[in-house]
Design a protein around this ligand. Structure first.
Ligand code: SF4
Length: 263
């Protein structure tokens, strides 16, 4: 897809503007795929197994094409706005980013989020056998076809919980880093945009935390012998939720394009 085709696609009124900015990127589970330009672009570019395989050259060539078109458009927009990209002081910008990165890492909520990533990883690492045993048990029950027992539903439920936990595990941290960065762009002329974006990213993080809490809660029912470990994870997530709500009191009210309002 070249720049002209990209611009034509962007004009299509069926797309909800900016819907992809505050979603959870779980396209497989998203009900707005037909109204999302990012999804349409990915479908167009990454339309076969080779183009989705990061070890295949085709994937990198297609990604390179997207970057080329994006760069072209950034240059064009900068020109229209009278911004000379060559005049940007890269050293100063790098120092600014470094400062923001340091402050982001100092926030208690980003530290708690990274702690959660490690705790969840530890849980998965130490419970491989438990999960395998459960899978074997459910397989045997399916084969035995015992009336009144629904092993298929149980297996689907467990798989769903594991997928949810894995999907949001890192995303919560990443979104909170973005939110924290937005709150401390204090020297920027675009402070309003950054605050808006910080709240939007915090909302996505809140949704991820709540879905993870729900998934761990369901897993606890399946693995009561894991009560202590899972409760520790839940305590960490609940603590994180309170921290995020305190740091971003307006996040819940943030209106995500498409998801909270149909454009
Ligand atoms: S809005 Fe839906 S389809 Fe678009 S990028 Fe986000 S999850 Fe994927």
């Amino acid at each position: 897809m070249n720049k002209k085709q990209f611009e034509e696609l962007a004009k299509n009124p069926k797309f909800i503007s900016g819907i992809y900015n505050y979603c959870d990127r779980w396209c497989r589970r998203c009900s707005f795929t037909q109204r999302c330009m990012t999804f349409a672009l990915c479908e167009d570019k990454f339309d076969n197994p080779q183009s989705k395989d990061i070890s295949n050259k085709i994937f990198w060539d297609k990604l390179g094409d997207i970057f080329k078109v994006t760069l072209e458009m950034v240059k064009e927009t900068a020109e229209k706005m009278g911004v000379d990209l060559n005049s940007i002081d890269l050293e100063k910008a790098a120092k600014h980013e470094e400062r923001i990165h340091k402050i982001v890492e100092e926030q208690l909520y980003t530290q708690t989020a990274i702690e959660y990533v490690k705790m969840a990883n530890n849980w998965f690492d130490s419970n491989k056998e438990l999960l395998e045993d459960k899978a074997d048990e459910l397989k045997t029950q399916i084969e035995a076809d015992i009336p009144g027992i629904k092993p298929v539903d149980e297996a689907i439920g467990i798989k769903d919980c594991l997928e949810i936990i894995r999907w949001y595990q890192h995303q919560i941290y990443v979104k909170l880093c973005r939110s924290a960065g937005g709150m401390i762009q204090d020297e920027s002329e675009e402070i309003e945009y950054y605050l808006h974006d910080a709240n939007g990213s915090a909302k996505v993080a809140i949704i991820g935390i709540e879905r993870s809490i729900m998934a761990w809660g369901r897993l606890l029912n399946q693995f009561p012998q894991q009560e202590r470990e899972i409760l520790e994870l839940l305590v960490n997530l609940k603590k994180l939720l309170r921290m995020v709500e305190t740091a971003f009191p307006d996040a819940r009210a943030f209106v995500r394009p498409g998801f909270d309002a149909i454009n």
